[in-house]
Design a protein around this ligand. Structure first.
Ligand code: COA
Length: 318
């Protein structure tokens, strides 16, 4: 595959750390030191589908294609206000596309999984352009009284258009069932027949330290594997575009690959963790700021609830 267009969209509401101090026992100093996050964007009046459609339109415009030229849409999403239909169906209608759509829920790793599916579809089907839209509102999943989790997340949408090409040098996705590290349960509609007790966790339940360790160890393993698959060394990578969860996670991974800080672009200081939207939105920021050069090798790595993980090596040729 080859990425030929990128796009992103973020909510207008900026929530700074000091705004959180108004209702949480926390401080800007604690949050910045432990996470690197200064502020995040949180949905207030927008609908997630509006952000998703804007990111999709930006990516199509950047790729120089129209909605009629999109042959397939993959939407990565954990929650939105619709239980059904999938968000991809709604995006299809909003942008005026007519192709089939498919939603995946692979948490923060969704973009890497979507690239993996796109690569397989491009290789096996008569498709030209696939639109990947990662649209997430994790802020709406949090318990805003839980200071250890709500401070981490923000809402966003990121999109790319991919077509046939040979820029993908290696890709790997995996899942290790570790539900208890990071999950949310909700009560479904009661029926006259339900006899079991059901749980509503009223937000995400997260063991931060376990997630931290799983994130670093799985990302290190994935990076090692994709480098081996591509026959490359850590030095051959120009930029490590990592899931934007915590600057300390990025630093731990950086120490493992022993590469310069300048190779690890980040925007989590302004946006927090936006789940699967984080990597495509960061790619869009980098591309629009002319920070990606043709021929550069990018290593993408993500991890999230599941525990799902994934990484790939991609030549940038836009
Ligand atoms: N403000 C102030 N204090 C806070 C706080 C906050 N926002 N959140 C937690 N604390 C407190 C804790 O209550 C604890 O207090 P105690 O020692 O009195 O019990 C203390 O800070 C240390 O908590 P701890 O959990 O050990 O902190 P930490 O250094 O592990 O940082 C995270 C917590 C959540 C920032 C960190 O574990 C993390 O980033 N984990 C990964 C989470 C993640 O990325 N999830 C998404 C993956 S896709």
């Amino acid at each position: 595959m080859r990425i030929i267009g990128t796009g992103s969209a973020r909510p207008s509401k900026v929530v700074t750390n000091s705004m959180l101090e108004n209702f949480l026992d926390t401080s800007d100093e604690w949050i910045v030191t432990r996470t690197g996050i200064h502020e995040r964007r949180v949905i207030s009046s927008e609908n997630l589908e509006d952000l998703a459609a804007t990111a999709a339109r930006n990516a199509m415009e950047n790729a120089g294609i129209t909605a009629e030229q999109v042959d397939f849409i993959i939407c990565s999403n954990v929650v939105n206000e619709y239980v059904t239909p999938g968000l991809g169906c709604i995006i299809q209608g909003m942008i005026g596309a007519t192709c089939p759509t498919m939603d995946i829920n692979c948490a923060c790793t969704g973009f890497i999984y979507a690239l993996d599916v796109a690569e397989a579809y491009l290789a096996s089907k008569d498709l030209k352009n696939i639109l990947i839209v990662c649209a997430e509102e994790p802020a709406r999943m949090m318990n805003w009284h839980d200071r250890s989790s709500c401070i981490l997340f923000g809402d966003a949408a990121g999109a790319v258009v991919v077509t046939k090409g040979d820029d993908l040098k290696a890709i790997r996705v995996s899942t290790h069932c570790k539900v208890e590290a990071l999950y949310q349960k909700r009560k479904l509609q009661p029926t006259p027949f339900i006899t079991k007790e059901e749980v509503d966790t009223e937000g995400v339940v997260m063991n931060g330290q376990d997630v931290f360790k799983l994130a670093v160890s799985s990302s290190i393993k994935d990076i090692d594997k994709v480098l081996t698959m591509a026959g490359m060394s850590a030095d051959d990578i120009d930029l490590y575009v990592l899931h934007q969860a915590n600057v300390r996670i990025i630093e731990s991974i950086r120490h493992f690959v022993n590469q310069d800080k300048s190779k690890f672009p980040f925007n989590l200081d302004r946006y927090g963790n936006t789940s699967s939207a984080s990597i495509p939105a960061l790619l869009d920021d980098l591309s629009r700021d002319n920070k990606l050069k043709t021929g550069e090798m990018l290593l993408l790595s993500a991890f999230g609830a599941g525990f799902t993980t994934g990484a790939c090596i991609l030549r940038w040729s836009k």
